[in-house]
Design a protein. Structure first.
Length: 299
């Protein structure tokens, strides 16, 4: 059974475009910018073409075009104006919209073309902070509101993952310039959100350190093996959906008990760090509220 989403409610359009549903209704009624289809019970729904048009209109509106003027343009003019805007300025919002549209259409070519356009103008670091982080934040919201399916999320995440891996591979052939410590990066058991940890691997390599990347679902007892091979280790754990809120402090406590000593540091990042009892563990761990904060802390 095909459960890929290709029709959208007005709430979905709000979530994807950032334009309030009330405003979309006004634009429809007053300017006829979209022509929704209707269910038998008269409920609006929209196709991918409507979503694409709304995302383009949103970009024009964000760049000073009045909606009353946009409404007078023939259908072929709006995409041309969007193309003119994006060819003359570095448009973060356009890139995010294009990536979302690529995701909704499972359009790898659009993703790659948008990325290539960005990388010609920006560093990979700028792309990650200015585009990928806001995009991933939006994906989380779209997931929670059932606007996108797992297939959508996996599709776009895999393409972003590829781009991070390409940057990592460029650095892995270089000999580390800082040999006083090793960074070990892993996720707790059943944690699958890996993109943030992968980017931290890239940044740590960029700063000249040796990294051991272990990825998803790494049992704490297996981390102990690393201590047999390296004298000074910084363990980085990224906690996004796991452990559960009630288990976060047990997880940290177990890591302290099994891994911590004077030559070992335990660093934590991710949405679940707010549930760590920092007062209880403050002398043995470090908690970071953002990727940039952690990166700045790498000496």
């Amino acid at each position: 059974m095909n459960n890929i989403k290709n029709i959208f409610s007005i709430k979905d359009l709000e979530n994807l475009s950032g334009i309030k549903a009330h405003t979309i209704r006004i634009w429809e009624k007053r300017y006829n910018i979209l022509e929704p289809m209707r269910t038998d019970t008269n409920i609006r729904y929209y196709d991918l073409a409507s979503l694409q048009k709304l995302l383009n209109i949103t970009l024009l509106h964000d760049h000073g075009y009045k909606i009353s003027k946009i409404a007078t343009y023939p259908p072929e003019t709006i995409p041309k104006l969007v193309q003119d805007i994006t060819s003359n300025i570095n448009s973060q919002n356009h890139a995010i919209s294009a990536f979302k549209m690529a995701m909704m259409n499972f359009d790898q070519e659009l993703f790659l073309n948008t990325y290539n356009w960005l990388i010609a103008e920006k560093s990979f670091k700028e792309i990650f902070y200015q585009v990928f982080i806001p995009l991933m934040t939006e994906l989380g919201i779209l997931w929670q509101t059932d606007t996108i399916t797992p297939a959508h999320e996996h599709f776009i995440s895999y393409l972003i993952r590829q781009k991070i891996l390409i940057q990592i591979e460029k650095l892995q052939g270089l000999k580390p310039s800082n040999n006083d410590k090793v960074f070990v990066l892993s996720l707790p058991m059943n944690e699958i959100h890996e993109l943030g940890l992968m980017y931290l691997n890239y940044e740590t390599l960029l700063k000249g350190y040796k990294t051991i990347y272990l990825g998803a679902s790494m049992p704490i007892e297996n981390l102990m093996d690393l201590k047999k091979h390296f004298d000074s280790i910084i363990f980085i754990s990224y906690l996004t959906i796991k452990p559960d809120i009630d288990s976060v402090n047990d997880y940290v406590s177990q890591m302290i008990q099994e891994l911590w000593d004077e030559s070992t540091q335990l660093w934590y990042i991710g949405s679940k760090v707010e549930y760590i009892s920092s007062d209880e563990f403050s002398d043995k761990i470090q908690v970071f509220n953002s990727i940039s904060q952690l990166v700045d802390h790498i000496e």
